[in-house]
Each structure stands twice: as C-alpha cells, then as structure tokens.
Design a binder for this molecule. Structure first.
Ligand code: GDP
Length: 460
C-alpha cells in the first residue's frame, strides 16, 4: 500500500544501493528542517532552518554529539522543490553502513521511511507535476537508449499532457455549446451547429487515433525489440554478434551462457534497443544439455520479433539450412549470406526464391554490417516513420484510456448525426472528458496511484 498522507515527513536513501563515492539521504515534508536542525552540526554553529533555500553546507551529522559522518547538506524549501515541500538532502559517504546509519538517524529524529516513488507521488499530489509527468520520471530512470530518454524528457516537460489538454479544450467547447441548447431551449440564444460540432468531434477522434498509432513506436523505443540470430553451426553467428557490438554500443554486458547455449546482448541500433540473442547452433542434440539448449533456442525463436538467419556463402545449402528455413515460416526474417569474402558456393537462385531480399555480409571482415542495421531499423520504423521522431511516450495505460475516449466520441458523433437530443450527446462528451482527465491524473483512483508508484524505487 502506498501512503497518501502528506502530513508526515518522509525520508529515504535516494542513491543506488552499494558502495559509491557519495550517497544521498533525502528528507521531505513539514518536519524536514526541524530534523536537520537536530542532527546537523555546522562549523559556525548555524542551524539548517536558518539556511537560505538552495544552499549547500559543509558539516557533520551526529547522534547526541557523537559524529556519524562528515556530510554536505542542501536545503530546498517548498514550494520550489521536487515535492513542493521542504526538502533536505544529506550527501554522505557512499558506503552501505554509513548511509544506513545516516538514514536511521533521520528516522529516529522524526521522519518515516518513504514508500517506493513517494517523493514523486508527493510532487503529483501537491500539484507540481501531473500523472503523465510522474510516469515520465519512471521512463527516464529506465531509459535504455537516447531515444527512449528523449521521449521521457519530452513527456516530463508535459508534451502528452499538452496534447491531451488540446482535445480536452475542444470537448469543453462542444459541451458548452450543447449545454446552452439544453439550458435555454426556448430562447433566442444561437443554437448549437450540429455540423460544426460533428467536425470538432471528428478532429478530436482523429487526433486521439494518431496518439494511439504513435504509441506502438514509443513502446518499441522504450522496451526494445527481441531479435534472434540463427543458423547452422560455424556459419558465423557469434562473429555477427561481435561485429554488431563492435559497431554499436552494448547497453548491458552479456548474460552468462555457455558456448552451447544462447548469449544475449542489448545493443542500441539507430535509437532502438535491440535485444539480440545468439542461439545455439545445434540442430540435433547429442545429450541432455544440448537438448535443453535446443529447446531454449526454439523458445527464443518463437518469441522473437525478428529472426536473422545466417547462411555460409562458401558452402552449398544443406539439410540443416532447409530445416531452419522451414522453422521460420511465420516469422519476420532477415536473410544474410555470411563469409562473402570467401569463394562463393551457395545457391543464390534458390535463396532468392525463398527470401524477398538477401544481404551479403562478412562478419569477420565487418563488411555490410551497416546494411543489416539499416534493414532492422527500416523494419521497426516501417520506412515512413524513420524521419519523424515520435513526440510522445504514450504508454499502455494511456492508449487504453484514449481508446475508450475515442469510442465514446464516435458514439456521440453518431448520436449527433441521428439528431438525438443534445442531453445524450452532452452525457457522452462528459464521459470522454472523464477519461482524458484520468490520463493527466485530474481524476485518479487509489489503485491507480498504487500501481504507478509501486513501480518506482524507494527514494525517487
Ligand atoms: P557460429 O558457430 O555460427 O557462432 O560461428 P562463429 O562465429 O564461431 O564462426 C565460425 C568460424 O567462421 C570462425 O572461424 C570465424 O572466424 C569464421 N567466420 C565468421 N564469419 C566469417 C566471415 O565473414 N568470413 C570468413 N572468412 N570467416 C568467417
């Protein structure tokens, strides 16, 4: 459960667990300065409650005059702070023990341990950010590539809220017109113009549709795609993975695996986080370990968004190649002929009949690796989206709500076309507005807040 009480003062370690140069204990709430006064000793004897906002001070923290750590303390007074409350941040030495001691001292002095995401939640409840911006904070923390980070930063600036607000204003305009007709039916007020209203609604519907369409790409940029490299043994799968890693930045270090098993890397290819798995090249397992590896390969292929199949240019197509080709019938596939630096023996005509395009590469000599990267990016951006960066990180929660609002607006338009009474239509518009308010968090439920903020780490 997440605590919605804003009257107490919360504290947590805001830096990652583990040994670091420094670690930060963050305190937020009415009692933050009071707690700091109790524990902070400054060389000139001044107390934190006398410090100016956004100033940093050298000193120590102590429990009953016993020094616990040498620290730098920063005071940020509300409402101009992350949570809009008084915030004190104590930069301690980064060891686990030192930080825990400092946190304990703060808790003993009157703070409560913060729940996950509670600082950001206070920023939301105190009206500094809306819900889409709170969600953006999480996106930023989790961003794996520059593009995903950019999306998060845009959303934190309010890009999605602004867009939603535009549609909200349109709907409020429509509602005002409808209600004038309802409230003063007999009077000579200008009546609502059904054609103009219908056009307004259609424009909102179209805009919402575009937001939903943009979400698919946003999801890919945030979460990445899952690519599997397959091919018979010795065709050059590991060499290809290495070639890609040489050309691009690896996002994480390899997940442990054996030579017989799958190895996974996350690479940034043109802004797309690509999870690449180099599968075991075994087709006919000789023992239990290999059997398991083959089963895992099969699972990887089944769940892959894209499969890269490798052929050996210096060899004729074999039974193993055909076996693999048949396994990939329902998948999105990029076909590569590797070892193009060697004498060519492969039957190209046969390959051309099976695959729409085949790219010649040499993993060892790093030839045409960029062509493969372009092909992957083209598939993701579907050609035409490549030059148009998505502006908004529309999440699953957002698309679900937008879709519902869109359905209601379509229904309102239909009612309008069928000349139903304005009361009906006004009711629908109010419902659609209610949905849009759920996106920004103007309307929210406890459950929703719990769900969103419990995904944060403690201290954020
Ligand atoms: P895997 O079993 O499919 O992972 O294949 P490896 O990547 O281990 O490569 C098998 C052998 O083929 C190694 O000796 C590589 O050096 C060699 N090899 C890989 N790519 C190329 C290439 O493009 N040209 C040449 N000539 N040799 C390659």
């Amino acid at each position: 459960m997440i605590n919605n009480d804003l009257s107490d003062t919360i504290a947590a370690v805001s830096t990652p667990v583990g040994v670091g140069g420094i670690g930060i204990v963050r305190i937020s709430g009415k009692g933050a300065l009071n707690i700091a006064d109790k524990i902070f000793i400054s060389p000139d004897g001044k107390k934190p409650s006398a410090f100016k906002t956004y100033t940093t001070h050298y000193g120590a923290i102590a429990r009953q005059s016993k020094i616990i750590d040498e620290v730098i303390l920063t005071v940020m007074r509300g409402p101009k702070s992350y949570t809009r409350e008084d915030i004190v941040e104590i930069n301690c030495h980064g060891g686990i023990v030192a930080l825990r001691e400092a946190l304990e001292l703060v808790l003993e002095s009157g703070a409560r341990l913060a729940c996950p995401g509670e600082f950001t939640k206070r920023a939301f409840l105190n009206g500094r950010i809306d819900l889409t911006q709170a969600e953006a904070v999480l996106d930023i923390i989790r961003a794996k590539t520059d593009s995903a980070l950019k999306l998060g930063v845009e959303q934190l600036k309010g890009s999605l809220s602004n867009e939603i607000n535009k549609y909200r204003e349109s709907l409020l305009g429509v509602l005002a017109q409808l209600e004038a007709g309802i409230d003063f039916p007999q009077e000579e007020v200008p009546r609502e113009d059904p054609k103009a209203i219908s056009e307004n609604l259609a424009a909102v519907e179209k805009g919402l549709g575009e937001l939903i369409a943009g979400s698919r790409l946003a999801k890919i940029l945030r979460e990445g795609i899952h690519v599997v490299i397959c091919g018979k043994p010795n065709v050059g799968k590991s060499s290809l993975l290495n070639a890609l890693l040489k050309e691009e930045r690896s996002i994480v270090t390899p997940v442990a695996g054996t030579t017989r098993d799958a190895i996974e890397e996350i690479i940034d290819i043109k802004g797309i986080p690509v999870r690449i798995v180099d599968t075991a090249g075994i087709l006919e397992p000789r023992d239990l370990v290999e059997k398991k590896a083959v089963a895992r390969s099969r699972k990887h292929i089944a769940s892959a968004d894209l499969v890269i199949i490798l052929f050996d240019a210096s060899k004729r197509l074999s039974k193993e190649d055909t076996f693999l080709i048949n396994k990939l019938k329902k998948k999105k596939v990029i076909a590569l002929v590797n070892k193009s630096d060697l004498k060519q023996k492969i039957e190209r005509v046969r390959l051309a009949k099976i695959f729409r395009s085949v790219i010649d590469i040499s993993a060892k000599k790093m030839i045409n690796i960029n062509l493969l990267e372009n092909a992957i990016a083209d598939l993701v951006y579907s050609g035409h989206i490549a030059s148009r960066e998505p502006l908004m990180a529309v999440s699953l929660r957002h698309t679900d709500i937008i879709r519902r609002a869109k359905i209601i607006i379509a229904r309102a338009r239909e009612s309008l076309d069928n000349s139903l009474p304005p009361e009906f239509i006004a009711q629908d518009i109010k419902e659609a507005l209610g949905y849009l308010d759920e996106i920004s968090g103007k309307k929210f439920s406890e459950d929703l807040l719990d769900k969103i903020f419990s995904e944060f780490c403690i201290g954020k």
